[in-house]
Design a protein around this ligand. Structure first.
Ligand SMILES: O=C(CO)[C@H](O)[C@H](O)COP(=O)(O)O
Length: 219
């Protein structure tokens, strides 16, 4: 067993996106992480469903769409139709998290709930039975290249323990500041997927970085 790797295109070269996507796919990444930011829920603005639609035919990787937007239920249908496989919604961004997750599942897509560093696991306990993935933000969302917050490890441990005791089957994903050291710690705590942006794409040899993430998390 190793951690699954989800490179974030936030750190890729947008003018050579197809090349950067194929590079990580060939290196064994299982998912492609697409950070959608609305300039409201988070300060940055990134991309919309057109990007998902453009990416769908160029890769077989799972398209993992992380909606960092206010009232994400307004956009779930559009991203599902664009070709997302997993759609993630923040519990902090909607008054109706249960309905938003139902909406995702209604499209036959995998449903993900996301919590910010300041949000406790208790805020999502009542929906854990209906999700395919829980994303624990390991930085405050909005920007790539931040430092991993080690206090989030306790939440990963708590989720792993709930998953075991309640017999659930969701993935536990980390996002923010993932590198070989922090991914190894998160894997030990129970994380099963690492989103990695700047670690994979910022310097030379993304393929070697992915291999390294797998190496440090091999049981
Ligand atoms: O969700 C995000 C930002 O809100 C990014 O996916 C995340 O920050 C990954 O970037 P890095 O690996 O460079 O920290």
């Amino acid at each position: 067993m190793t951690i699954k790797v989800a490179p974030s295109i936030l750190a890729a070269d947008y003018l050579n996106l197809e090349r950067d996507v194929k590079l990580v796919e060939d290196a064994g990444a299982e998912m492609l992480h697409i950070d959608v930011m609305d300039g409201m829920f988070v300060p940055s603005i990134s991309y919309g469903p057109g990007w998902v639609k453009a990416l769908r035919p160029v890769t077989k990787m799972i398209l993992d769409v992380h909606l960092m937007v206010e009232q994400p239920e307004r956009y779930i249908d559009t991203f599902a139709e664009a070709g997302a496989d997993i759609i993630g919604v923040h519990v902090e961004a909607t008054q109706h998290i249960h309905r938003a997750l139902q909406q995702i599942k209604g499209h036959g897509k995998k449903a993900e709930v996301v919590i910010n560093p300041g949000t406790p696991v208790s805020a999502i306990e009542s929906v854990l039975n209906m999700v395919d993935q829980v994303l624990v933000m390991t930085v405050n969302p909005g920007f790539g290249g931040q430092k991993f917050l080690p206090e989030t490890l306790q939440k990963i441990e708590r989720l792993a323990s709930l998953k075991k005791s309640l017999g659930y089957d969701f993935d536990i994903q980390i996002d923010g500041g993932a590198n070989d050291e922090t991914s190894a710690m998160a894997y030990k705590a129970g994380a099963t997927v690492a989103v990695a942006g700047s670690y994979v794409y910022d310097k030379v040899d993304p393929a070697a970085k992915i291999a390294r993430l797998k190496e440090v998390t091999t049981d």
